[in-house]
Design a protein around this ligand. Structure first.
Ligand SMILES: Cc1ncc(COP(=O)(O)O)c(C=O)c1O
Length: 403
C-alpha cells in the first residue's frame, strides 16, 4: 500500500529493509503511525445477509479471531515479504511447536511414511518418534548429512519429510536442495524448520522446501518477550490442508503477541547481522582457547559441514556449540561462572544465553540418541546477543578459567 492507501505497482516492490518496517501495513481510519492492535475475538456484520456472504467467502472481511485477525495479518504479510520467493502465504500460530505440529499433522494420515533428520529440537523429535507412530504413521529417522540414508529411506515412499539446518544443538548442516530432490522424486513434500538460521540468513523455498516453519519466539521476536510461530508455503499448499487444520484445531496467535512480533521484524535484519558478527568473533576466540575441546560454528572453515552451510546461509549464524573439558561437571562449572551471559534454553535473543543441552533441551533423549547427534556431557550451546562482543568474549574466557 502507498501512504494514501492505494495499492502499489506490483512490478516495483519495495526493498527488504523497507518491507520489514512497512510490509503489510494497513492503517485504520485514525491513521496511526504504528500498527494498530485489534485485540478482539470476534467481528460484527451489518446484516444477516452480510454474515451469510462472509461465511460463504463471497464478501471480504474477518469472521472470528481463531481464523484470522487484522494485526495478525500484518505480521503474516511482513513475514511473507521477508521470506521472499516461494512464500506466497503465511499463517501465524501461538508457538513454534504449534507450527511444526501443524505442518506434520495437517499433512499426514495413518499408513503414511514420514522421514526426519535425527538431529532436531527434542519436542520436534517427540512429534516424529512418539506422536506420529501412535497415530499409525510410519516414521524413519536418518542422519541428516548422509544422503545415502535419505535415498534408502525414500525407496519405500515418502509423504512428508522434516529437517532442521543448522540442527539443534551441534549446528550440523543438512543439504536442503539434495534432500528436497530425493523427497520430491519419491512423491513427498519437505518441511524445513528454519529457526536456527532465521529468515534473514537462509531461504529454504528456492532450495526446494515445500513448507517453512518458524518459532517466532527466537530471532523474530528476538527480545525474549513472547512465544509465536508461523507456517509458510505456496498458496496451494496452505489451502490444501493447513488453513482448515488451523481453523478447527485452534492454535491461534494472540493479536497482542502478533504486534510484538511484527515490531521484532522491524529490527530483525539489523539484529541478526550484528549477532552474526559477534558470534564469529566469539567463535574465533573460543576456538583458540586451550580449554575448548571441540567447537562448531557454521561460519568457520573447520566446521565439518562448512561447504553446505556456505551454500545455504548468507552468514555463519548467531549460535555456537562447543565442548569444554571435564564433561558435565566442567560444563556446569563453566555455566555457573558466567557473570553476564545468562543460563537459558532460549535462543536468538538480544541477551547472550548459554545452555547445557544434555540436561535441558535434549534430556529426554537416551544416551545413545545424544551420542548419535554429538551431544556430550561437556557440550554447551551459546546464543550470541547484542552486547558488545568484547564483553561477551571477556565473560566466556573468564568462565573458562574455572573449567
Ligand atoms: C529448532 C526449533 N524448532 C522449534 C522450536 C519450538 O519453538 P517454541 O518454543 O516457540 O514452541 C524450537 C524451540 O526451541 C527450536 O529450537
Amino acid at each position: 500500500m502507498t501512504k494514501s492507501g492505494k495499492p502499489r505497482n506490483p512490478r516495483n516492490p519495495r526493498r527488504l529493509s523497507t518491507q520489514l518496517v512497512r510490509g503489510g501495513l494497513s492503517r485504520s481510519q485514525h491513521k496511526e503511525t504504528a500498527e494498530a492492535i485489534f485485540l478482539t475475538s470476534g467481528f460484527v456484520y451489518d446484516s444477516a445477509a452480510e454474515a451469510d456472504s462472509r461465511f460463504a467467502g463471497t464478501s471480504p472481511g474477518y469472521l472470528y479471531g481463531r481464523y484470522a485477525n487484522p494485526t495478525v495479518r500484518v505480521f503474516e504479510e511482513r513475514l511473507i515479504a521477508l521470506e521472499g520467493p516461494g512464500a506466497e502465504e503465511c499463517l501465524a500460530v501461538g508457538s513454534g511447536m504449534a507450527a511444526v505440529n501443524t505442518s506434520m499433522l495437517a499433512n499426514v494420515k495413518a499408513g503414511d511414511r514420514v522421514l526426519g533428520a535425527r538431529a532436531m529440537f527434542a519436542s520436534c523429535l517427540w512429534i516424529l518418534d512418539t506422536l506420529l507412530p501412535r497415530l499409525g504413521v510410519e516414521v524413519v529417522l536418518v542422519d541428516g548429512d548422509d544422503l545415502d540414508q535419505w535415498r534408502d529411506a525414500a525407496k519405500k515412499g515418502v509423504k512428508l519429510a522434516l529437517l532442521e539446518s543448522p540442527a539443534n544443538p551441534t549446528l550440523g548442516a543438512v543439504d536442503i536442495q539434495a534432500v528436497a530432490d530425493i523427497v520430491h522424486e519419491a512423491g513427498g513434500r519437505l518441511v524445513v524448520d528454519n529457526v536456527f538460521a532465521s529468515p534473514v540468513l537462509q531461504k529454504p523455498f528456492p532450495l526446494g522446501a515445500d513448507f517453512v516453519v518458524y518459532s517466532a519466539t527466537k530471532h523474530i521476536d528476538g527480545q525474549g518477550r513472547t512465544l509465536g510461530g508461523a507456517v509458510l508455503a505456496s498458496k496451494a499448499n496452505i489451502d490444501e490442508n493447513i488453513r482448515e487444520f488451523l481453523r478447527h484445531t485452534g492454535p491461534a496467535l494472540s493479536p497482542f503477541n502478533a504486534w510484538v512480533l511484527l515490531k521484532g521484524l522491524e529490527t530483525i535484519e539489523l539484529r541478526v547481522k550484528k549477532q552474526c558478527e559477534s558470534a564469529a568473533t566469539a567463535a574465533d576466540a573460543l576456538a583458540r582457547h586451550p580449554k575448548i575441546e571441540r567447537l562448531f560454528y557454521p561460519g568457520r572453515e573447520d566446521h565439518p559441514h562448512y561447504a553446505i552451510h556456505k551454500k545455504q546461509m548468507s552468514a555463519g549464524g548467531t549460535l555456537i556449540s562447543f565442548d569444554v573439558g571435564g564433561g558435565r561437571d566442567g560444563a556446569w562449572r563453566f555455566l555457573d561462572a558466567l557473570e553476564m551471559i545468562d543460563i537459558s534454553n532460549n535462543l536468538g535473543d538480544s541477551k547472550s544465553l548459554a545452555t547445557h543441552p544434555e540436561t535441558t533441551t535434549h534430556r529426554r533423549l537416551t544416551q545413545e540418541g545424544r551420542d548419535r547427534i554429538g551431544v556430550k556431557g561437556g557440550t554447551i550451546r551459546l546464543s550470541i546477543g547484542l552486547e558488545d562482543p568484547a564483553d561477551i568474549v571477556e565473560d566466556l574466557v573468564a568462565a573458562l578459567e574455572t573449567v
